[in-house]
Design a protein around this ligand. Structure first.
Ligand code: GDG
Length: 469
């Protein structure tokens, strides 16, 4: 298509919500990769003829803007070196571990930083060229923290919002970053900086005061040029209705029964679904479960743990090591404790369509979500949305953002193996009455604040904040 008309709403995210595919006739095509962000943003995109700027994956160059499912998508190309430096390097081997409480050791490399700066510049330039006068630009996540400032330099007329999907760390950790001041200044280009949790917003404001020296008061930062920047929490959520309806469908109900049959109709099915990531606590969770089998607190003939680990960031060394570790652990546990046709852990390293996810949620008696640190964790909320029968129990890490809202879950410290064991036992032994009442409350909590509420609140606050300038 010819260059799109400048738009009043531009979304800037590392990834476009599509994947490259090859059509049956051999021509290249696109397939939607729906996620929470698309669901939340799609209606607003349609209403405002919005443009979504992002990387489509891969190294293809010369891609033109195109329409997909009623949205205008504007692809940004990355070279192989940029994928290694900006994406796998600085985003996923420096910022990701640093922002997740150093669950792994962050690596600091100047070439990665240089690549991060130049890719952020490209995103900012593209957004500047697509935004109409006085438009709203909403920048997403840790890969693009310099975009707000770079964009403001190019286009001071714009209303700029930034949202961080992962935790923002305390000063004691953030301080390690050699480019800490540049990152803070990058974010300060926005009118509104959104975080999952109030703690992240407070960490940011404190760091800006200490490291950049700006005056702050509560959630506001006062800049020398008379602008103010607001930092606040906007906990993200899911398409509650969408998941609930999916779970209620006949096809999903049928598939949930098939899954239980295929597992040999155990009395209790435990479930974990995560991207294969070291922040998610998969290893410790499986070990705790295996100890319960070993110690006869659970019976291998009656209980099974289904773990889905979605392939993720496979070019990054830490992720390859993790995959091998989990493979070995699962092999050892099943070898030591399994029986014929009765593995302790049914492990899948692959990704599934949404319908299959909903069927797994419906098939599971206990969902075990135990990250060491997680911005929110949508899987926990999706499980709750799918349990319209008010059955099922949720074990949830205290270190997931979701724990602030889902107080009726069995909350646990994932660093404490004994506590993990106790939490799994508590969840499975909970009587029917308690299980029902807890799940009903959990469902109310998620229903009351879905992903649409999240996007509407952020954009309304952005308009209000920019109007105050
Ligand atoms: C980041 C933050 C924050 C997973 N496997 C499959 C699949 N999924 C979907 C889940 C869920 C999403 O991916 C994962 O979201 P999470 O929130 O659990 O975790 P991250 O990927 O780490 O997300 C996190 C989130 O951003 C949003 O702000 O909550 O804290 O780390 O929706 O359902 N979906 C399908 N097949 C799979 O195999 N279809």
């Amino acid at each position: 298509m010819s260059p799109p008309e400048p738009s009043d709403l531009v979304i800037v995210a590392n990834r476009l919500p599509v994947d490259r595919i090859t059509n049956p006739d051999g021509s290249p095509g696109w397939r939607g990769s729906p996620g929470g962000l698309v669901t939340a943003i799609e209606p607003i995109m349609r209403a405002n003829s919005g443009i979504w700027v992002g990387w489509p994956g891969g190294t293809e160059t010369g891609l033109e803007p195109f329409e997909y499912d009623g949205m205008t998508l504007d692809p940004i190309s990355l070279s192989e070196d940029e994928i290694a430096g900006f994406y796998e390097g600085f985003s996923n081997a420096t910022l990701w571990p640093l922002y997740h409480d150093l669950v792994a050791k962050p690596e600091f490399h100047r070439e990665w930083w240089d690549s991060y700066v130049s890719v952020n510049q490209r995103f900012a330039e593209r957004a500047a060229s697509r935004a109409a006068k006085d438009a709203t630009v909403w920048v997403q996540d840790y890969q693009l923290q310099l975009v707000p400032q770079l964009l403001r330099e190019l286009r001071p007329d714009l209303r700029i919002g930034f949202y961080l999907h992962i935790p923002f760390p305390p000063a004691e950790l953030f301080q390690q970053l050699p480019w800490r001041r540049q990152v803070l200044e990058g974010l300060l280009g926005a009118d509104l900086v959104g975080f999952q949790m109030p703690g992240g917003a407070a960490n940011f404001v404190r760091l800006v005061r200490q490291r950049v020296g700006h005056k702050t008061h509560r959630d506001l930062v006062y800049l020398p040029d008379d602008r103010t920047v607001r930092a606040a929490a906007f906990p993200i959520s899911i398409d509650f209705k969408g998941f609930e309806e999916l779970a209620k469908s006949d096809a999903v109900a049928k598939r949930a029964t098939e899954i239980r049959n295929a597992l040999g109709n155990p009395t209790k099915v435990f479930l974990g679904i995560d991207r294969l990531d070291y922040t998610k606590g998969i290893y410790a969770r499986l070990r705790a479960f295996s100890e319960l089998i070993r110690d006869d607190e659970l019976d291998v003939e009656k209980a099974v743990f289904v773990q889905v680990a979605t392939p993720s960031r496979e070019q990054v060394e830490e992720y390859r090591v993790l995959r091998d570790e989990i493979d070995r652990l699962v092999g050892r546990i099943n070898g030591d404790l399994g029986r014929i046709g009765r593995p302790v852990i049914s492990y899948m390293h692959s990704s599934y369509p949404r319908e299959e996810m909903a069927a797994l949620y419906r098939a599971a008696d206990v969902m075990v979500v135990t990250p060491y640190r997680d911005g929110m964790n949508l899987v926990a909320k999706e499980y709750v949305a799918c349990r319209y029968d008010d059955l099922g129990a949720l074990v949830l890490s205290e270190f997931a953002g979701a724990a602030d809202e889902l107080l009726e879950a069995v909350l646990v410290n994932p660093h404490d193996t004994s506590a993990l064991r106790d939490a799994i036992v508590t969840a499975v032994e909970m009587n029917r009455h308690e299980r029902r009442s807890r799940m009903a409350q959990l469902r109310e909590d998620v229903r009351a604040s879905d992903v649409q509420t999240w996007a509407d609140r952020f954009l309304a606050d952005l308009v209000a904040e920019a109007a105050d300038q």
